[in-house]
Design a protein around this ligand. Sequence first.
Ligand SMILES: Nc1ncnc2c1ncn2[C@@H]1O[C@H](COP(=O)(O)OP(=O)(O)O)[C@@H](O)[C@H]1O
Ligand SMILES: [Mg+2]
Length: 314
Amino acid sequence: MPAFISNRLLAIGEAMVELAPEGGNHYQQGFAGDTFNTIWHIGQLLKERAKAGFVTGLGTDGFSERFIAEMQDDGLDTTAVLRIPDHTMGLYLIELKGVERSFHYWRKDSAARHLADDAPALNQALAGSGLIHVSGITLAILSPDARETLFAALSAARGAGSIISFDPNVRPRLWASTEECRQTIKSMLSFTDIALPSFDDEAWLWGDRDPDATVQRLMAHGVAEVLVKDGAGPVTAATGHGTLRIETPPVTAIRDTTGAGDSFNAGYLAGRFLGLEMEAAIALGQRLSAAVLARLGARADRSEIDAIRSVLGR
Ligand SMILES: Nc1ncnc2c1ncn2[C@@H]1O[C@H](COP(=O)(O)OP(=O)(O)O)[C@@H](O)[C@H]1O
Ligand SMILES: [Mg+2]
């Protein structure tokens, strides 16, 4: 893998206001979203060794202000947030039926859908970044024109040395059609350096029979580094030099699977940034996602993140 050209590490996408049930009619309000969850964990793992930042669209309202303040408190760079007057953050509410969780979304008109509306600002935000992380959800929420703007910006940044990571995170409901989803993801893969798919998504979208088929398909698109996550199953990792299969350590007390993939991505990418080999970076991803599985919500406990940081020993 080429070296990271700088310690500016970015994720592009949508964070939403989260309402999580606390019993009765009481809800705890937070902020979450796949690419945000990833960059948040990268920021907490790496602290001052990196400048982790989130690229999104937000409004000028109180919720947007609070989210920016919270990101800044957590050490994230927010200078690339595009402010969209007259729009606000999307929202989702978690409904609990016993231990089953279902999600209700209000995000069709969110400010994040406009994150690529200002092409020069986007280009400037991405310029010189070591890493730019994008997901299929990022692509799904954009208009076709905005996707082209984003692709042009990613391709320019990549041409200047930025490493692009991509988690397809397929969410059928966000796409106008399966074909549109497939075509957009194919375009994205043409400038992806590190792909981080989950096997169940890929099996659904492409009919892959097993993780090896996913690896073959992505390598055929020219992706240099492919990591296929598969829940409790092994991670299948591949580069031009060969394929590794790494068992996933069992996690016993799972409370909530939300954000498992996002935090795995964070551990893996932070590990690669620190110069770890794939196997050690995968172990870091697995350890971080185990910490997320043990808790309600998409974020690991601070004490667990600190424990992982101390193992990194730097
Ligand atoms: N049941 C599980 N037991 C242990 N680890 C798990 C389990 N589910 C997920 N993980 C961890 O989270 C990672 C991502 O899980 P996966 O379910 O594939 O992603 P996503 O959350 O995107 O659907 C896995 O590679 C693994 O490290
Ligand atoms: Mg996922």
